[in-house]
Ligand binder design. Structure first.
Ligand code: ADP
Ligand code: MG
Length: 140
């Protein structure tokens, strides 16, 4: 294992319910460091581009609408095996299938409004981190 960085997004359903701190606590207590973080309201263009990989999926339009429905917090998490560790902390995409103690089990409203995004591979993590942050904004 090696120290990695991964992109996390606290989604609009979670910022609306004031859960940023509660979610950040999950990352920190499980050993991930928040080495960059900013709150922003994604434009339609940004959300479409970020989720372009899902453009052919039937839920793409609704997903873009949801991700632009309120503020998000984009962040870089750093730690040992951070990509897989964050996916574990997040839980399954559908909260109905998420393990106990995961963010999605405890906080998600639905399969769409599932509180957090996390990169799914080290390669995608690099692409997604660079989508939102310059190297000088990341302080490890
Ligand atoms: P994950 O976020 O767990 O990596 P995906 O990459 O498959 O999941 O999907 C991206 C996002 O699209 C999900 O987090 C969720 O917000 C939304 N989504 C996924 N599947 C569905 C679905 N069947 N219906 C509505 N929204 C979905
Ligand atoms: Mg994904």
């Amino acid at each position: 294992m090696a120290v990695q960085r991964t992109l996390s997004i606290i989604k609009p359903d979670a910022t609306r319910r004031n859960l940023t701190g509660a979610i950040n606590q999950r990352f920190e207590e499980k050993g991930l460091r928040i080495v960059a973080q900013k709150r922003m309201w994604l434009t339609d263009e940004q959300a479409k581009q970020f989720y372009a990989v899902h453009a052919e999926r039937p839920f793409y339009g609704e997903l873009v609408d949801f991700m632009t429905s309120g503020p998000v917090v984009v962040q870089v998490l750093q730690g040992e095996d951070a990509v897989a560790k964050n996916r574990e902390i997040m839980g399954a995409t559908n909260p109905a299938n998420a393990d106990d103690g995961t963010i999605r089990k405890d906080f998600a409203e639905s399969i769409e409004a599932n509180s957090v995004h996390g990169s799914d591979s080290e390669d995608n993590a690099k692409i997604e981190v660079a989508f939102f942050f310059s190297e000088t904004e990341i302080v490890g």
